[in-house]
Design a protein around this ligand. Structure first.
Ligand SMILES: NC(=O)c1ccc[n+]([C@@H]2O[C@H](COP(=O)([O-])OP(=O)(O)OC[C@H]3O[C@@H](n4cnc5c(N)ncnc54)[C@H](OP(=O)(O)O)[C@@H]3O)[C@@H](O)[C@H]2O)c1
Length: 403
C-alpha cells in the first residue's frame, strides 16, 4: 500500500518537502520585520485564556487548568492573529491536563492547551499571502507539515498545546502556512473538530487506508476519531462495523450510519463477532483507535490483505476487562495472520495541511457534519473537560470561545 505514492525519505527525519517548509518558517520567523502587522480593526490589548497549570499539582488534584488574563499576542512574519471562535477536546488533552507530559516535553504552567480550532483572521503579519483579513480559517494540527511525507522533526518545533500555545484562548498567533479557509456552509464549531480527530480519521481512511466502495471497515469505540472514521468510510461507499462499550451508544451509532455494531464489553472477544458479521471473511481495514492492547483482535478481524491503521497509543485495552486497565496487554500469540493473510499495520499521525484542505472540501461537497455531543461555553471549559473524562459522550466535545 503506497502512502500517498510519495517517495520515502533518503535523509533521516527531514524530507525534502518539509525541509523547505521548515526553512521557510525559520527564515520568516528570524528575519526582523520592518513592516507592522496589518489589523482588521483595533483588537483589545488583553484576552482571556486558560492555562495548563502545574503538572505536579494536576497529577495530585485532577484537571488544574486556570482562567487568566494575558496580553493579546502579535503576529510576526509569516503569522496571523486568529480570533478563536471555537476549539474542542481530544483524548490527549485530558492526559496533558492531568499532568502527563508527552515526548518528554517542557512543563510550562502558562501553556495554553488544545489544538482543535477555528476562527477568523483579524491581523496578518508581514510576508503573509495565503490568507487575508476576515477569512474564516482552521489551522492544521502540525502547521509546519504542509504536504508530502510526515517528518517527526516538525512535531518538536510546533505542536499546539504542547510546545506552542494552543486555542483555549480568545486569540492565537498561528503560522499562515498551516491555515485552510472554511466555506460559509461549515460553522466554526463544526470546523473546530477537524484538525485533530477529523484529520486523523481522514488520513487513516482516505489517504493511508485507501478505503474503496464495497469494502468493509471496522472502527473501535464511539470516540472522536472512530466516529469520524465511520463518516469518512461511509462517504467512500464502504460498509462500517463499529464497537462500543454501551448499547445506547451503539443504537445512536446505527442512527448515524453504522451498518453493524458490536458491544466490546459484553463481547470481550469481539473479533469473533466481526467474523460472524462478515460470514467468516473479515474486514478490509481497521481503525485501531485503542492501541497495542487491541492489536491482536484487530489482526484476527481482518480479511486477506487487510490493513490495520494504528492510531491509539494506549498500552492497555481500555475498558475491555476490569483487570486489563492497569497492566499492559500486548500480543499473546505469534501474529501468524500477519503472514498467512498478508496483513499490513500502518501507524497514522494526524495529517498534513493538504489533507486538511481535502477533508474540508469533502465535508462541504458531501454535506458531512461532525458528530458533536455537547458544546460548552468558554467559561465552562473545565466542565467540558470533566464531561469528556466521564466517558459519556459520542464523537466530539466542543467549546465555543466567541460568537
Ligand atoms: N495517532 C494520532 O495522530 C492520533 C490522533 C488523535 C487521537 N489519537 C489517539 O486515538 C485514541 C482515540 O482518540 P479520540 O480523540 O477518538 O478519543 P475519545 O474521543 O476520548 O474516545 C475514546 C473512546 O475509545 C473507546 N474505547 C476505549 N476502550 C476501548 C476498547 N477496548 N475497545 C474499543 N473502544 C474503546 C471508548 O468508546 P465507548 O465509550 O464507545 O466504549 C471511548 O469513548 C486516543 O488514544 C488518542 O490519543 C491518536
Amino acid at each position: 500500500m503506497a502512502a500517498n505514492g510519495a517517495k520515502s525519505n533518503t535523509m533521516p527525519h527531514v524530507n525534502r518537502i518539509n525541509r523547505r517548509a521548515l526553512l521557510r518558517y525559520a527564515f520568516a520567523a528570524a528575519t526582523t520585520a520592518s513592516a507592522w502587522p496589518l489589523y482588521a480593526r483595533s483588537q483589545p490589548a488583553m484576552m482571556r485564556a486558560w492555562e495548563m497549570g502545574d503538572a505536579t499539582a494536576a497529577a495530585q488534584t485532577g484537571y488544574s487548568i486556570r482562567l487568566v488574563q494575558r496580553p493579546v499576542p502579535e503576529p510576526g512574519p509569516g503569522q496571523v492573529l486568529m480570533k478563536v471562535h471555537a476549539t474542542g477536546l481530544n483524548a490527549r488533552d485530558l492526559s496533558l491536563m492531568s499532568g502527563v507530559r508527552i515526548y518528554g516535553s517542557q512543563d510550562i504552567p502558562t501553556r495554553i492547551p488544545l489544538d482543535d480550532n477555528a476562527g477568523q483572521v483579524v491581523a496578518v503579519g508581514p510576508d503573509v499571502g495565503r490568507v487575508k483579513l476576515g477569512d474564516q480559517v482552521v489551522c492544521t494540527h502540525f502547521p509546519l507539515w504542509v504536504e508530502g511525507d510526515w517528518d517527526d522533526a516538525t512535531m518538536s518545533i510546533m505542536d499546539f498545546g504542547v510546545n506552542t500555545d494552543g486555542f483555549l484562548a480568545e486569540y492565537a498567533v498561528v503560522p499562515a502556512q498551516g491555515l485552510v479557509r472554511i466555506p460559509d456552509s461549515i460553522s466554526s464549531i463544526d470546523a473546530a473538530t477537524f484538525p485533530n480527530a477529523g484529520l486523523t480519521a481522514w488520513h487513516a481512511v482516505v489517504v493511508d487506508g485507501e478505503v474503496q466502495a464495497g469494502e468493509t471497515v471496522l472502527t473501535l469505540g464511539s470516540g472522536g476519531v472512530s466516529v469520524f472514521g465511520m463518516q469518512w468510510a461511509k462517504m467512500r461507499g464502504a460498509r462500517v462495523i463499529i464497537t462500543s462499550s454501551s448499547d445506547d451508544k451503539l443504537a445512536r451509532l446505527r442512527e448515524l450510519g453504522a451498518d453493524d455494531t458490536i458491544n466490546y464489553r459484553t463481547h470481550p472477544d469481539w473479533h469473533e463477532k466481526v467474523l460472524e458479521k462478515t460470514a467468516g471473511r473479515g474486514v478490509d481495514a481497521v481503525l485501531n483507535t485503542v492501541g497495542i492492547g487491541e492489536m491482536e483482535r484487530c489482526l484476527k478481524s481482518c480479511a486477506s490483505n487487510g490493513r490495520v491503521m494504528l492510531i491509539g497509543a494506549n498500552p492497555v485495552a481500555r475498558g475491555a476487562a476490569a483487570d486489563s486497565e492497569s497492566k499492559p496487554v500486548g500480543m499473546q500469540d505469534f501474529p501468524r495472520d500477519m503472514i498467512m493473510k498478508g496483513l499490513t499495520i500502518k501507524g497514522v499521525i494526524v495529517g498534513s495541511r493538504c489533507m486538511l484542505q481535502d477533508l474540508v472540501q469533502a465535508a462541504a461537497d458531501h454535506d458531512i457534519r461532525p458528530v458533536i455531543d455537547r458544546v460548552y461555553p468558554f467559561e465552562q471549559a473545565l466542565d467540558a473537560v470533566r464531561y469528556m473524562a466521564s466517558g459519556q459522550k459520542i464523537g466530539k466535545v466542543a467549546i465555543e470561545v466567541s460568537g
